[in-house]
Design a binder for this molecule. Structure first.
Ligand SMILES: C[C@](O)(C(=O)O)[C@H](CC(=O)O)C(=O)O
Ligand SMILES: [Mg+2]
Length: 307
């Protein structure tokens, strides 16, 4: 009912504990992307370990491309709406940090205020683009590490996870690109990154190479229609990944289903044939704990919804 009662600092503490356990026998923590607060609830109910908040989804939700048009206030605001509705830790995509290192510092404090458990800051130039597109460019090592140092210094809760994302792999073909990624990952860890997000890895062997380069938690991005093959969580566990995200997947699924339903509406003039695909009213009410609001007033939920 209402918002999560687990305080943000407690979510972060538990997250760090669980993340540390992924270095032992535990598999990677699974963070499907929540495209709104309600979907975060569903992710929690299904038993996942965390919620990812994607910049690409946030931009797409506003009808915008993912090129750094969204503002810190928009991102922090949406992050807060999603983080507060779930007991799970939420990690948010902070793009390039919204400016210079001093802006990155403020970004981290705002995201802490918003109740998030961590954020990733990437080393792309502005304007940035999706990490799985061609033609990306990254800033030099000095600029990238300054962003991360500013982020690490700014946080007030040591358990807020500062994740450095590097997009450098795609700036050179073949083994050279991978070497650049290993070197960049090491430099980012030295600058204070708690975790690394090696973007656009092409194979399990590439993930493994980053694993052997640094000794901090690693995130694997299983976004569809991109540069990476879609590996299973088990395959990613086997190469030492600690967090897996499916950042845009649930939005893609929902938009795909919505498009098909709109076609049905045009063709059949009704959505009767789609009822089986819909979340039932009863399941929606269950997900938002409707009945529990009788705690305030017993006439709030005094009806039944047949399934
Ligand atoms: C993870 C990512 O940064 C995001 O914003 O969700 C994107 C995902 C995507 O566009 O598929 C990315 O750059 O990989
Ligand atoms: Mg992004």
């Amino acid at each position: 009912m209402l918002y999560s009662k687990v305080a943000a600092h407690e979510k972060r503490r538990l997250f760090r504990e669980q993340l540390a356990a992924t270095f032992g026998s535990g598999g990677p923590m699974r963070f499907p992307g929540a495209f709104n607060p309600l979907s975060a609830r569903l992710i929690e109910r299904k038993g996942f370990e965390g919620v990812y908040i994607s910049g690409a989804v946030l931009a797409a939700d506003l009808g915008l491309p993912d090129i750094g048009l969204t503002t810190l206030s928009e991102v922090a605001g949406r992050g807060e709406q999603i983080a507060r509705i779930t007991d799970l830790p939420a990690i948010i995509d902070a793009d390039t940090g919204f400016g210079e290192p001093m802006n990155v510092a403020r970004t981290i404090q705002e995201l802490e205020n918003a109740g998030l458990a961590g954020a990733h800051i990437e080393d792309q130039i502005n304007p940035k683009r999706c990490g799985h597109l061609d033609g990306k460019a990254v800033v030099d090592e000095g600029t990238a590490t300054k962003r991360i140092r500013a982020a690490a210094d700014a946080r007030r809760d040591d358990n807020f996870l500062i994740m450095a994302r590097t997009d450098i792999r795609a700036t050179a073909d073949g083994p050279h690109g991978l070497d650049l990624a290993k070197d960049r990952a090491k430099a980012l860890v030295d600058a204070g990154a708690d975790a690394i997000f090696p973007e656009a890895m092409r194979s399990l062997e590439e993930f493994e190479a980053i694993r052997s380069a640094v000794d901090v938690p690693l995130l694997a991005n299983m976004t569809e229609f991109g540069k990476s093959e879609l590996f299973t969580t088990q395959q990613l566990a086997d190469v030492g990944m600690n967090i897996v995200i499916w950042p845009v997947s649930m939005l893609r699924i929902s938009m795909g289903a919505t498009g098909r339903a709109l076609d049905t509406l045009i063709e059949e003039g009704s959505l009767t044939s789609k009822l089986d695909e819909m979340q039932h009213r009863a399941d929606l009410y269950d997900l938002i704990d409707y009945e529990d609001y009788n705690h305030f007033d017993t006439s709030v939920f005094n009806f039944t919804v047949e399934k």
